[in-house]
Design a protein around this ligand. Sequence first.
Ligand code: KE4
Length: 428
Amino acid sequence: MTEKTSLKLFEESQKLIPGGVNSPVRACRAVGTTPRFVSRGRGARIFDVEGDQYYDFVSSWGPLIFGHASPNIINDIREALSLGTSYGAPTERELILARLISEHVPSVEMLRLVSSGTEAAMSAVRLARGFTGRDRILKFTGCYHGHADSLLVEAGSGVITFGIPGSKGVPEALARLTISAPYNDAAAAEEVFSALGGEIACVIVEPVAGNMGVVPPEPGFLEKLRELATRHGSLLVFDEVITGFRLGLSGAQGLYRVTPDLTILGKIVGGGLPLAAFGGRRDVMERLAPLGDVYQAGTLSGNPLAVTAGISALRRLKAEPGCYGRINHMGKRWAEGLLGLVQRKGIPATVNHVGSMSTLFFTEGPVRDYDSALKSDTDLYAKYYRGMLARGVWLPPSQFEASFTSAGFIFEEIDLCLEMAEEVINSL
Ligand code: KE4
């Protein structure tokens, strides 16, 4: 039997799984260490196979707004499990979850459940192309919408030039249909639409970016995208996989009061199980098979266990709206505490934070788009990461990710983690 240490398990895993992980960022290559293999989670804590425990600011990349092994979600899944694991046929629970989502995200008049954010984003783009009869899409550099071919595209040189593949295996002919403009650059978006508006099926954006680190929308940016999409007959797609039910029951669109035509949801909406959704205007969604001519399907779409977890999470958020006040207050304390520490130490760094999402960037800042985020000292972030891990704080293993406060924390634990951060930052 393999000695159960993270290192040993990692060595063994690398023989069968590329990089030893089932998602690249988990390999911790960006932070100069090897991954800790997890045995369990409970509340704000995650435990590795060595039995060490860590305060978890990753929250499985966002889904675990109540922390690990939330009793209500576990109990509800356990009850559903006794009835079976998958039916491949409609269930009432899917209707209940659809009602809960539509109730809190009014722009979602109809929705379709899928199994991952990638699947939801891919499907939303195909639906936008089918609905408008157009092929081009506009995205923003530094935003990530999963790994579907059309969305794994980097900006070409210059704003209006066409995308280049962001990964081997993405056909150039397809990448060229995606234009990537700088985030928060309303003028650039206007320039693209002025040149190509009549060809653009949709503009897709993270209303608060989380995948270049946290970057909030500057005043007017989302409003301008809304105006441009309307004027040119394109669809505005909000990727709220992170922000949906994170920034409030109506997500970023509720917070910033900008209404998209389509919304992509994931993470929290699945309560920690594999579930995502895309939805929006009824006239658009009705183009989906079997009603319409845009095909989309999935064996495990609406899986009863994942739907049960999603219902449990959303019902608890609805019953305990004070949860947002708590996690936002802790998010603010965490962000402001870190900023104070780096300022007192005199390290060039800045913190972006929205609600319970934040990122400590090791650059002077301000960080308002991908180019400014890239100025960060990733070696310094890696040292900070390793120092925090050694003291029992589990951060995203990349400078360009969001960290989250969850309702699994109590306020005193945030202060305790800030004490550990003070030791680490003073040692940098
Ligand atoms: P998934 O296919 O990973 O479920 O969702 C893709 C996705 C879509 N849209 C946004 C805004 C997202 O943040 C994501 C996935 N987020 C990353 C971390 N930022 C997942 C972590 C990983 O790739 O392992």
